[in-house]
Design a protein around this ligand. Structure first.
Ligand SMILES: [Mg+2]
Length: 277
């Protein structure tokens, strides 16, 4: 992995974040908020992507890649659902904590699960550990993906890209054994183009592969599909990686939730908070 484009983040690292939380738990403002495009500039950026798709068609099949979690899909409802199920599990043995978990709401979600537990008032380390296991057994599985919703405007924009002639590549860190079928169904049910010509779902071969390593490895293979015109991801490291492999593409950082301690964004990466236009 080229260290100048991002931070290596293994599942172990990620698990550490989920387990230990951040230094200052809270739903802090994004450090990239000042880079977010205003609505007019965001609209212009998205229209530019569509125009590039149309222009590229004359020479090569145009490709647009989309990450899923935090980019096209908001997975916070999945977290809330799991916390509410845990509240049901705890209602007799840990009534106070169960009541706290029932207050979980998408608007209060932080990146780390332990941060979310602390924010809700679950401070007991043993209960946090138990909650982490409960969450982990559910969050990365097909069945719970039905709770995800679109990031505002994402379905409409993806459909417009597809109609304009782009091949959509859903390039996700979700893994093939546990999440691919649920992801396919979720894309279908939310209204994203999938299962038709001009769409691909690309997942990690296994859970253990670090997301950024997977994306860096697979990035070069995207060229076999066509010309990568634009890439969208909610992790700065991935935006940088894809921008480095395809310097002429439009690399867009979707500023929703992202892992702690992100690298600086490449200066050419654009920042949006939704696909509304
Ligand atoms: Mg993501």
């Amino acid at each position: 992995m080229a260290n100048n484009v991002g931070v290596e983040r293994t599942p172990t690292d990620w698990w550490k974040v989920a387990r230990s939380g951040t230094k200052e738990p809270g739903v802090a403002g994004s450090p990239f908020a000042h880079l977010r495009l205003g609505i007019e500039d965001r609209r212009a950026l998205l229209e530019d992507v569509l125009a590039r798709v149309v222009a590229a068609r004359k020479q090569h099949p145009p490709v647009v890649t989309f990450d899923l979690d935090g980019t096209l899909m908001d997975n916070r409802p999945r977290v809330v659902r799991i916390l509410h199920e845990l509240a049901d599990r705890w209602k007799d043995a840990h009534a106070t904590e169960a009541a706290a978990l029932r207050k979980a709401h998408v608007n209060g979600m932080a990146y780390s699960l332990v941060d979310n537990l602390r924010l809700l008032g679950v401070e007991n380390p043993d209960l946090q550990e138990s909650a982490l296991r409960f969450w982990h057994e559910r969050f990365f599985t097909d069945a719970y993906l039905t709770h995800d919703v679109e990031v505002p405007g994402a379905v409409s924009f993806a459909r417009r890209c597809h109609r304009a002639g782009a091949t959509l590549v859903y390039l996700t860190g979700r893994d093939l054994p546990n999440m691919a079928l649920g992801t396919f169904a979720s894309l279908r049910d939310l209204g994203f183009p999938i299962g038709v010509v001009g769409t691909e779902l690309v997942t990690k071969p296994d859970f253990e592969t670090p997301d950024s390593t997977f994306k860096e490895t697979v990035a070069v293979e995207l060229a076999r599909i066509g010309e990568v015109v634009a890439v969208f991801d909610n992790e700065p490291a991935n935006c940088n990686i894809l921008r480095e492999v395809y310097p002429s593409c439009v690399s867009v950082f979707v500023d929703t939730l992202h892992a702690p301690d992100p690298p600086p964004l490449h200066s050419e990466v654009r920042v949006i908070e939704s696909f509304e236009s």
